[in-house]
Design a binder for this molecule. Sequence first.
Ligand SMILES: CC#C[C@H]1NC(N)=Nc2cc3[nH]c(NC)nc3cc21
Ligand SMILES: [Zn+2]
Length: 368
Amino acid sequence: MQFKILKKDGFARTALLETKRGVIHTPAFMPVGTNGTVKAMTPEEVRDIGYEIILSNTYHLYLRPGHETIKEIGGIHRFINWQGPILTDSGGFQIYSLASLRKITSEGVEFRSHIDGSLHFISPERAIEIQIALGSDIMMVFDECVPYPAEKQYVEKSIKLTKDWAERCKNYFEKQRTNQSLFGIIQGGVYDDLREKSLEEIVKIGFDGYAIGGLSVGEPKEDMYRVVKNVTPLMPEDKPRYLMGVGDLIDVLHAVEHGIDMFDCVMPTRNARNGTLFTSRGRISIKRSEFKDDSTALDPECDCYTCRNYTKAFLRHLYMCREILSMRLNTIHNLYFYCKFFEKMRTAIAEGRFQDFKKEWLPVLEKN
Ligand SMILES: CC#C[C@H]1NC(N)=Nc2cc3[nH]c(NC)nc3cc21
Ligand SMILES: [Zn+2]
């Protein structure tokens, strides 16, 4: 995997992340395809909007349909019909946030499936074995996910386990010699000294890219911003930096300013299904009665399929009827809005205008 920095504007940077299945222009947003689908979208629609990489979840695909099934079919790209790069999260966070009756030992995590209550055990090695079977282009290490808030001594113990597990993931991966990439995950909660300790330990092991984990888990925004501000510049400059689970475009602006390259979040897709739509005039809730007779386009500045062909009145009508088309048209627009935002942001960085871009967009993004 090649990571080539094109332009810098302060700590912000544009780069090309070259994988065997295609190039990713960064800063990049990864739509979330948890069960192998970006909800309500065909892969062609996601690609035609402009996305180059999507995220999928090891935890979900392992539980259903099973990684062996996907391997039998020909791997995740064949299974979900997405030929571009795919990043898979390792399951650590999903076990922590979804599964029940979790038991964490130094060996791994025992948990009950949120689907049928069946008992499972995933070790760091198993998490990599599953991702190798899926065949994702970028795999994540199996990290111990700390609830928020957590006492400092708990977090201190946890980063030790996360480091041991990261080593085990890399050792197992290196024995398999597949042509996939493996990213490390830096933990440490909201404690700056533990963040630096975790960063040093994970970077010392050595990975193809580095993620900041443990954020966007309910902590105050100022804690997230402080950790990103302090940790990001210390991350290897010549490797991709991935802020997991982020996010809101205001948070994206703050993170890109400090040098983050990759993002994933359910916000554009989940909000779309709930009728919350991002526009160049701020966020709107399409179910509001004010749109009942509104014959104008959702966003006059947007040239997505939804904005070119439908009125707010019809989008509201679809939402009120709980029509499937409502989810599809809203998702097309929100994903298009995110994709264009990232394109414009990359151009602004390339032209040395990132600060202007941030000043222009913050007031719009803060408008509800
Ligand atoms: C604790 C921890 C941690 C991180 N570890 C892994 N493997 N994946 C994550 C995914 C996330 N999504 C969000 N917010 C939506 N925060 C995340 C954090 C992580
Ligand atoms: Zn649109």
